[in-house]
Design a protein around this ligand. Structure first.
Ligand SMILES: [Zn+2]
Length: 307
């Protein structure tokens, strides 16, 4: 059965207006035990575009689905050509003040955990530890035949070698590390197989149309079950993979605080939604709590290793 994933969501009924009052967020963090759930919105200030919202990449681009990826070599050629190009840009992306504030909250012992829907590694680059990557990470590659994991930078080196001179100009970059290229631009791109068994390589990310591994979901459910409140940062909560944790928190009577510019699919479960830019909002909260986020190091080690 071919399942088309949910790619968009339209608000129905009355839309609760967002506020600009950061008081409840400062209060929740001050009390500690806050579980952060972050989405693409926290990385837009690092130059990684959001899928949704104004100018969101979904308006012009359908992300690769698992079904497309496994259907044939042409789709994989297109994916890897675009992803290879996107990786160069991702490698240059730096954590922003939002990521740094989250890391600072964690260092102060105010967080019980961080779950991210992002695959960009920017929370970790900002110094956050123990981040649960709900949708995996672009840093790793998995073989669909033998199941072996390998670092993405290793594959990037092999792709670089196999595609000397591949330097097309992309129309745009997407949050899954994919760049917009035409069929003509990708037709000669050489995909490389698993170095161990010759199998098909896939980034270790959860594609649209694919489910999050059950053990990872259980781990997140347990984190929600232990949190004193859930703080959603920059997610429209369109896909069930994140929304279910908001529902769980609400059902268990835990306050749900959302900072997101636009209305979200989780608003009805939320105590409050604050419609402010994330970097500035989290910096303000940090100041109120007397916390100074660490300055950005130059350049972050993790990104420096990338080609
Ligand atoms: Zn293999």
């Amino acid at each position: 059965m071919r399942i088309r994933p949910t790619l968009s969501w339209t608000p129905t009924g009355e839309i609760a207006p967002g506020t600009t009052d950061l008081g409840p967020v400062a209060e929740a963090l001050g009390a500690g035990g806050v579980l952060v759930l972050s989405g693409a919105g926290i990385s837009t200030e690092s130059g990684i575009p959001d899928y949704r919202g104004e100018g969101g990449s979904l308006s012009r681009h359908t992300p690769m689905t698992y079904q497309d990826f496994t259907a044939g070599p042409q789709a994989r050629r297109r994916y890897w050509a675009r992803s290879h190009l996107g990786w160069r840009t991702f490698g240059r992306a730096r954590p922003n003040t939002g990521h740094l504030a989250v890391a600072a909250f964690a260092r102060q012992g105010l967080l019980s955990g961080v779950i991210t829907q992002n695959v960009d590694g920017l929370h970790q680059a900002a110094g956050s530890e123990g981040v649960v990557e709900l949708h995996g990470s672009l840093d790793r590659v998995v073989c669909l035949s033998c199941g072996a994991f390998s670092p993405r930078r290793e594959l990037a080196g092999r792709l670089e070698e196999a595609n000397a001179g591949f330097a097309p100009v992309a129309a745009a970059l997407n949050p899954d590390g994919d760049a917009d290229l035409t069929d003509e631009q990708v037709k000669d791109f050489q995909v490389v197989p698993c170095a161990l068994c010759g199998g098909i390589l896939k980034p270790d990310v959860v594609f649209f149309g694919e489910t999050v591994p059950p053990r990872r979901v259980e781990h997140c459910r347990a984190l929600v079950g232990e949190a004193s409140s859930l703080l959603v940062l920059g997610s429209s909560l369109t896909v069930m993979s994140g929304l279910r944790f908001v529902r769980q928190a609400a059902q268990e009577g835990r306050p749900v605080l959302i900072i997101n510019r636009d209305p979200t699919r989780g608003d009805r479960h939320a105590t409050t939604r604050i419609a402010l830019p994330l970097g500035a909002a989290l910096t303000t909260v940090a100041e109120r709590l007397g916390i100074t986020p660490a300055p950005m190091s130059e350049p972050p080690l993790e990104n420096a290793e990338r080609p």
